[in-house]
Design a protein around this ligand. Sequence first.
Ligand SMILES: [Fe+2]
Ligand SMILES: [Fe+2]
Length: 262
Amino acid sequence: MPPSCEKSLMRIMPPMPPLRSHTRLPLYHDFLLTAVVASSRRCISTGARQSDAPTETYEATRLKSLNPRPRKPLTKEQRDFLSSALRVNQTGELAATLIYTAQTPPLVNAHPHLRPLMAHMYDQEAGHLKTFNSLITKHRVRPTALYPLWSLMATGLGWSTAIMGREAAMACTEAVETEIGEHYNNQIRSLLEMFEQWEAEGYEVGTEFRDLISTLRRIRDEELEHLDHAIEHDAKEARPYWLLTSLIRAGCRGAIWTSERV
Ligand SMILES: [Fe+2]
Ligand SMILES: [Fe+2]
């Protein structure tokens, strides 16, 4: 055994009896030690043994770790999609924090038991906004040009539905979260299709994109949790429920469409 191999083995494994033949090697064939066994075979064996399958597997693994799969450069269309996705998400989360900020005082004054729920939903929206604020800063995505308009409309929507009553405020949450949940689902689906395509072509997706999917899924789930809270708190008792939720949902779809582009 070459001295360098012997030293590296001694560092990894405790001293063991001298190996008399290859038949003893499977004793150490633990899945945690696959690389060690393969390495020891390579050190012990001569010429012909170096082309054995275990050695090739080890070599393939080692080369793969040294040369990870390449990343595929984004096309212009994909860059535009990601920019508009981050922009519209940041806009939506800003609007959500403003809706809850405007709803909370009148709603909690009339129904103090709703204070913890409103605080919980606001805190989650503030967390979402912080996430997308840092993502648009990191990726240098410009915020929507209609920031002042959406801020005004979100505040007006929150305040007016809270004045209409608890049920109307909850119907507002139900309508908004229905649209936002679907919006996040669409984004997640598009990203997963993109990643599948990259992997099929032999490219690495990368940690950053995997983290983005996890973030979107977590936020989507929290939005759907708000939707459940709204229904549990009598959103469907709002009058006129159909007109109110239809108008709000149409407004959300319009705001999403516009913010993706402007
Ligand atoms: Fe949110
Ligand atoms: Fe939400």
